[in-house]
Design a binder for this molecule. Structure first.
Ligand SMILES: Cc1cc2nc3c(=O)[nH]c(=O)nc-3n(C[C@H](O)[C@H](O)[C@H](O)COP(=O)(O)O)c2cc1C
Length: 255
């Protein structure tokens, strides 16, 4: 079994760094081979642009989807992307580790998705969601917050994790991954606002590392988040009424 951790934090000694090292050890203890892509350490360029492609389909106008498709087909992917695709292909489990920055992942991780989830190669119009390239593989989002747990929820001050993690988790689902529930480390208050004294903070964060280890040691017992799949949509991609959520919680434009 292989696990791949995509680590998006600029400081190795941060709590995010400790979470990644904890995950690595727990997974190795469970029999996984583990690779890590530390995006800051490798100076990953998160900005998708024409200069990444040495053999362009169109040298005048840069269209990312077009160039991704062309580079996949002609085996001219940028080397850091080719290597990351290899890591994902060989993995049974992918973990995205990052701090919550402005109610979402840091830009470097969003850019990783922009560049690594390749059009034409890793997804096509029919090869996505439950028919996605990575079906059968699992993914977990592990995120830290500065604010304490009690301020998160619908209408609360910190925001609602259902909506804040929806873009990243739905994109993993789009790529075919079974997305396990996120592991959220709340109130990591090293350098921001303080909500508790040092002793209780250290004890809580240390317990949290044990919880993370336990989570990873029990993966077989954890059900993925239910997301809508092809059987839930009509030929236009609109939700079939018989399968859609209650009308008041539904947001779509299909009438
Ligand atoms: C640019 C930036 C934006 C942030 N936005 C949020 C936020 O939206 N919500 C929150 O709870 N904490 C926010 N924080 C605090 C970080 O989430 C917190 O410092 C981090 O999770 C702590 O983990 P670390 O010690 O490993 O960095 C932000 C921090 C930075 C630097």
């Amino acid at each position: 079994m292989h696990a791949h951790i995509v680590h998006a934090h600029p400081e190795p000694s941060s709590y995010n760094g400790t979470l990644t090292r904890t995950a690595r050890q727990a997974l190795r203890d469970s029999g996984y081979a583990v690779t890590t892509n530390d995006l800051y350490r490798t100076s990953f360029d998160p900005v998708e642009r024409g200069t990444h492609y040495r053999d362009r389909a169109d040298v005048v106008t840069f269209a990312a989807l077009n160039e991704q498709r062309h580079a996949w087909k002609n085996d001219t992917l940028p080397k850091e992307i080719r290597s990351e695709v290899g890591n994902l292909k060989r993995s049974d489990l992918v973990i995205l580790q990052f701090p919550l920055w402005w109610h979402g992942p840091p830009a470097i991780l969003k850019g990783w998705m922009d560049r690594v989830f390749l059009n034409g190669g890793l997804y096509t119009s029919r090869m996505r969601y439950d028919t996605g390239y990575f079906r059968g593989k699992r993914a977990i989002v592990s995120v830290t917050t500065g604010a304490p747990e009690k301020v998160f929820g619908p209408g609360s001050r910190g925001g609602d994790f259902q909506t804040m993690l929806w873009p990243i988790q739905y994109s993993l689902h789009y790529m075919g991954f079974s997305v396990l529930p996120p592991f959220i480390s709340f109130g990591v208050q090293g350098h921001g606002y303080r909500y508790e004294d040092d002793k209780s903070l250290q004890e809580r964060l240390s317990r949290n590392l044990s919880d993370w280890r336990s989570y990873l040691m029990a993966l077989e017992d954890i059900d993925p988040i239910p997301f809508p799949c092809w059987d839930d949509w009509d030929e236009h991609g609109c939700a079939l009424r018989s399968r859609s959520p209650e009308p008041e919680t539904q947001i779509n434009s299909c009438g």
